[in-house]
Design a protein around this ligand. Structure first.
Ligand SMILES: [Zn+2]
Ligand SMILES: [Zn+2]
Length: 380
């Protein structure tokens, strides 16, 4: 059995991988965000009394992907938890480069939390491990080595599933960061472009099931690289066997992503396209990305953690027609406020889409669940 939980953390990522292998449960974490005073990943682990973690993956050093690390470390330390691998993207050791990257990550108000995050990462590396001979967790980078690795799949990262890095080697990442930082106006996008991208593979009697995780990957050339590497690593099996696609960068519009996804996934393939987004945003996810998924992949389940501004107006428009009134959103809301007999059930919930959602793959198939019972309004 393989299960994936995508937690609703507004804009940001907090994902949990769970497999059952030889009668035991195993967990790995991808990113971890703090929302107000809560860290949903930690709540998830606490509720289930999970203290042993195979791997913690960080896709990239933006705070919406790692602000929950201090709480996560505190929880694992206090509960005498274990960790085998901390897997981070490349961060140049050169002090000046590192300083400039950190400046890009956080605005001044957040500077104290940068230290907390780096302290938590140092803490992860000292946690006890259940598999390493020296008894402590290992910090590793996972990079795809072109032509050097006959098989990119690793089975030691998480029992029961294979994991393959798609991101290129540290030298390429370093050259990219170095040249991008020389830009007179370096932007957070340059870090998104170095997002750790990786594939997972789970196999059962029904065949092989592939997941693609892309962090906040954006930037034209990066998508072509990722597409070519995915097709190579999976010997093209990704086309029909993809089950989960973590849509990059919270669903922002990216022409190059659209082109690459069309080239790498068959349109009849049934998969979950998961989008972690804040409520009512115009860009996360964008109307363009939602329509792209809807129009190109017949069997795709689009699951947004929150409803977008586009979907919100779409639902309101639907309701205007339903109630036989013409006018804009304000007219409609005024109408609803004056007439309490109007059925408000649907309207009350328009700020929620899938919320937390999960996918499980068992011998009987593929199952999708969401905390609100919804996926995406566009796919109704
Ligand atoms: Zn992000
Ligand atoms: Zn980012």
């Amino acid at each position: 059995m393989f299960e994936l939980h995508i937690l609703n953390v507004d804009l940001g990522d907090s994902i949990i991988l769970h497999s059952q292998h030889d009668g035991k449960s195993y967990y790995s974490l991808i990113d971890c965000k703090k929302v107000a005073d809560k860290t949903p990943t930690v709540e998830f682990l606490k509720e289930r009394n999970i203290t042993d973690i195979c791997s913690i993956f960080l896709t990239h050093f933006h705070h919406d992907h790692c602000s929950g690390f201090p709480e996560l470390y505190k929880y694992l330390k206090q509960s005498h938890g274990t960790l085998n691998y901390y897997i981070s993207p490349y961060l140049p050791p050169e002090i000046d480069l590192r300083r400039r990257i950190v400046e890009l990550l956080y605005n001044k108000a957040m500077v104290p939390s940068v230290d907390n995050i780096f302290n938590a990462i140092d803490g992860f590396k000292k946690l006890p491990s259940t598999i390493h001979e020296d008894g402590t967790a290992k910090a590793i980078h996972m990079h795809y080595e072109h032509n050097r690795t006959p098989s990119a799949w690793r089975t030691d990262i998480h029992p029961g599933i294979s994991i393959a890095p798609v991101s290129p080697d540290p030298e390429t990442a370093f050259n990219y960061i170095n040249s991008a930082l020389r830009d007179s106006n370096p932007h957070g996008k340059l870090l998104n472009a170095t997002s750790h991208t990786f594939l997972i593979k789970y196999q059962n009697s029904l065949g092989s099931h592939i997941g693609l995780f892309t962090g906040d990957l954006e930037k034209a050339g990066k998508w072509s690289e990722a597409k070519n590497t995915c097709l190579k690593i999976t010997q093209e099996a990704v086309r029909d066997n993809i089950r989960i696609l973590k849509i990059a960068h919270h669903g922002s519009a990216q022409v190059d992503m659209e082109r690459c996804l069309k080239e790498m996934i068959n349109m009849e393939t049934r998969f979950l396209a998961s989008i972690s987004c804040p409520p009512g945003s115009r860009h996360h996810p964008s109307e363009k990305t939602l329509n792209f998924l809807k129009n190109n992949f017949q069997e795709c389940i689009i699951a947004c953690t929150n409803i977008s501004a586009f979907c919100e107006s779409f639902v309101l428009q639907d309701n205007l027609e339903y109630f036989g009134i013409s006018g804009d959103e304000d007219t409609f809301l005024e109408y609803v406020n004056n007439d309490k007999s109007v059925e408000l059930a649907d309207i009350d919930n328009i700020n929620e889409c899938a919320g937390d959602h999960s996918l499980s793959i068992t011998e009987s198939g593929f199952q999708y669940k969401s905390s609100t019972g919804r996926s995406c309004f566009l796919k109704k």
